[in-house]
Design a protein around this ligand. Sequence first.
Ligand SMILES: *Cc1c(COP(=O)(O)O)cnc(C)c1O
Length: 408
Amino acid sequence: MAGFITKALHTRSRIKDANGALRMPVYENAAFEFDTAEAIDDVSVGKSIGHVYTRSSNPTVEHFELSVKNLTNSLGVMAFGSGMAAIATAVLTLVKAGESIITTKYLFGHTLSFFQNTLTALGINVKFVDISDENVVERSFDTSVKLIFLESISNPQLQVANLEKLAELSHTRNIPLVVDTTPTPFYMFEAKKFGVDIEVLSSTKFISGGGTSVGGLLIDNGIFDWKKTENLKSNYAKAGHFAFLHKARKEIFQGFGAVLSPTSAYLQTLGLETMALRIDRACENALELASWLEGKKGIKSVNYPFLKSSPFYEIAKKQFKYAGSILSIELESKSSAYRFMNRLKIIRRATNIHDNKSLIVSPYFVIYPFNSHEEKTALDITPGLLRLSVGIENIEDLKEDIEQALGG
Ligand SMILES: *Cc1c(COP(=O)(O)O)cnc(C)c1O
């Protein structure tokens, strides 16, 4: 079975459903009972496979993880209660007090604040560098660095780094490359091919489909040799190649209780089945709109990595099937941007991304409300900037909506 959509539809659960349900049901319960005392013991110590308590594992959640594993041909997949939980778990599995990570300030707002505030308070040194400049990255390594973290396409700046190059720089130093691939999920980006060791994603976005539920994923692509990681030494002794997943699941995930609810896992498994169709449509709409908007009266600039005017055109084309469904446009001022937003009739004013509906937001005022003007300027966030997450509507309707909101 080779095709993505076929695989997405036909992943079978580990155990056949007792009633022959064609779709994995929602196991919305906390605990599971066993026939004998010995049987519960065996599962608890890992001698046999089963479920004991839903914070640790649950059939509906496990089926979601298995479906993603099948689609990614990865070593293993973990599902979380949110994208942030997946990010926090990936990072804290690899780094401890006194050590460092290399990253960029071009990050999702809560990731940036988690790194700047929470990690720093835990004694972890966060080096914010220009991740698109390989020489700068190369100079930032020292023996305290335990991982590199970045997003496959930063948002709202839409910066794309050369992942193959970053993987090479980090792998020669036995450091894993961790990438937030939310903007380019596994249907449109073969992370393994470009040397990405660990992928984290917010499954709230493209995967859930229609923004039905909050969730996160962590994928170990199975290319990093964890034997080389000092912080995973005892896990390697117990779990070998699965050392990273072992620590992430048994220690960090369990300790934080970062569990995905079975109902959300159900919704997200359903979303996974149509993700490819929705991505095709939304990304084609985004490219069409970006090209159409370029040079339009009232629009100062359009940013989308698959536009030839983007400095990231070449690298984005090389890495991704699509440049995602997010584009940004710059209007003259806050007042012209707000006037435009307020006149939109189809495109909704909301902060989410990758919904089926097109959504628009002002990053300056909504995504970074607590940063100073200077900080926002340094992040390329101006008052006239708008981020448009393009949905799956009929393209002519989106054009018409934008046209009427710009005009008059
Ligand atoms: C939304 C998002 C997150 C956080 O995900 P949640 O599911 O909201 O916790 C992280 N990274 C990126 C790029 C995102 O878009």
